[in-house]
Design a protein around this ligand. Structure first.
Ligand code: PEP
Length: 254
């Protein structure tokens, strides 16, 4: 089964307007220059830049989304942003369940699943993040933890093309450390099997599974060549056009 690769950038709480728009423009310019790109590009700027980045990248084929969303559509939820509002800006997707949201805001699997359902309700694509801590990996619990997170966070109605899963070991995020390729492939194959049990084989075979955690230009080609890795979710390296593009370029003519 050939699955199209997805190169996704999570800007986190970075970039003011001028720098953010020029970063997005530069990526979009390079992507648009490809005659028939064989991979997709997604960028998730902070909420403050979504509108400007959507406008700046219109018509380039680059997919823009948010880093989080509320469950509710509207109403008395001060400070929250609904998936419908994100969609209304012209965004195509949203990331939910990033480990920084799980850690900083106490987001549980149940809430992550509610957010994912809300995103689907609004017509957004959704990237659902899962991943174990270092302590859990060292205790030999990585597969069990991620299996539980998938069961708890992925909606029953999840379909390939609308839902993407990102495996991001917490200890690899922003640390420069990555699991071995064998460990990444083992986890991704396990996730595909778990998704097969949950959603059926056709959906699981088609669903894109990203790896995230210290993906850089020097390790991207190897990580992205693993059979069950269908792309990357990139934090730090997504903030520099040359680095992000060097990762994307590993997918040219593939
Ligand atoms: C992330 O936060 O999603 C991430 C993968 O970060 P980094 O690439 O910086 O490790």
């Amino acid at each position: 089964m050939t699955r199209r690769k997805l190169i996704a950038g999570n800007w986190k709480m970075n970039c003011y307007k001028e720098a953010g728009v020029s970063l997005a423009l530069e990526i979009a310019r390079r992507y648009k220059a490809l005659s028939t790109p064989s991979f997709d590009v997604f960028m998730a700027p902070p909420f403050t830049l979504l509108d400007a980045v959507v406008q700046a990248t219109k018509g380039t084929g680059v997919w823009i989304g948010a880093q989080d969303c509320a469950v509710e559509e509207k109403g008395a939820h001060t400070g929250d942003v609904s998936p419908e509002m994100i969609k209304d800006l012209g965004c195509g997707g949203v990331i939910v369940g990033h480990s920084e949201r799980r850690a900083d805001h106490g987001e549980t699997d149940t809430l992550v699943k509610e957010k994912a359902k809300a995103a689907l309700r609004a017509g957004l694509g959704v990237i659902i993040c899962v991943g174990e801590t270092l302590q859990e990996r060292e205790a030999g619990q990585a597969l069990a933890v991620v299996g539980q997170q998938l069961k708890g966070s992925v909606p029953e109605e999840a379909e390939a093309g609308k839902v993407v899963i990102a495996y991001e070991p917490v200890w690899a995020i922003g640390t420069g450390k990555t699991p071995t390729s064998a460990d990444v492939q083992e986890m991704h194959a396990f996730m595909r099997q778990t998704l097969t049990d949950m959603l059926g084989s056709e959906t699981a075979q088609k669903m894109q599974l990203l790896y995230g955690g210290s993906v850089k230009p020097n390790n991207a080609a190897e990580l992205l060549s693993l059979p069950d890795v269908d792309g990357a979710l990139i934090g730090g390296a997504s903030l520099k056009a040359d680095d992000f593009w060097a990762i994307a370029e590993t997918q040219l003519q593939k």
